[in-house]
Design a protein around this ligand. Sequence first.
Ligand code: CAA
Length: 283
Amino acid sequence: MTINKVMVIGAGQMGAGIAQVFAVSGYDVLLHDANDEALDRGIKGIERRLARDVDKGRMTEDEKNASTLKIKKSTKLDDAGAADLVIEAVIENMDVKTSIFRELDKIAPEHAILASNTSSLPITEIAAVTNRPEKVIGMHFMNPVPVMKLVEVIRGLATADDVFETVKETAESLKKTAVEVNDFPGFVSNRILMPMINEAIYTLFEGVAEPEAIDEVMKLGMNHPMGPLTLADFIGLDTCLYIMETLHEGFGDDKYRPCPLLRKYVKAGWLGKKSGRGFYQYN
Ligand code: CAA
């Protein structure tokens, strides 16, 4: 199966990053968001990052302009009628995702693959609302998408082998490494990462150490590029809470219980870097 035209649903942090890496690799990209402002913000972010790549000598001005021209804006889901691959990157909410997949299933061409960038929700359940569960798959990019090499490719129960192969090859064409995993809560990435972040929040909650100290221990002691609380702020505390809830509910084991401090911060609107405040303050 040949992928030429890719539609990315959601122009937030992840969606814009995904659109960028596809455009840079020569794909025609439709970046969709129902909200015009979010769409413009996403495109501006892409242009800013590509300009930085030019400044740093990683691409020429011509390559930057060619990549930018590859991205077209879309505010109507109907545009999926022209896509070979659709990647949904909206909020981590099952109802929102399933309603988008139901619509996409009606609009997208029969051959089109419908992928979700979900960080923990069951692909099998998303696939079940469509009439093409064999063409539904998880394509989980890591943040920041242009920098991180991994794409976790998640097979739903019904995902066809040729669909998996196409998605794997497509991820590799973006100069990423695709790793195959099965559909289980949190997959591999967040099954391991998020309990570590949650434990760091418990460590703060129980007064074992200050945020800076917790992060310093993990950065200098374990060679992590960012401490877990900085990383949580960077991912978004609402997303971290949602993933912990998915693990807790999915496994039914209290070892995945979200830390009360995480709940409290989210209730306060302290969502991390994007809201200006999380475990740290941002200006
Ligand atoms: N977008 C694009 N490029 C970015 C970027 C962004 N948001 N942030 C940083 N970069 C690039 C910059 O271009 C920079 O290179 P140049 O200075 O040469 O331009 C390079 O990354 C290094 O950046 P910095 O020197 O500013 O900072 P750093 O060395 O600390 O690296 C980092 C930044 C790459 C983000 C690094 O700290 C890191 O790897 N952090 C951990 C990231 C991580 O764990 N991501 C996974 C999150 S979990 C997830 O995504 C899945 C989920 O489901 C929740």
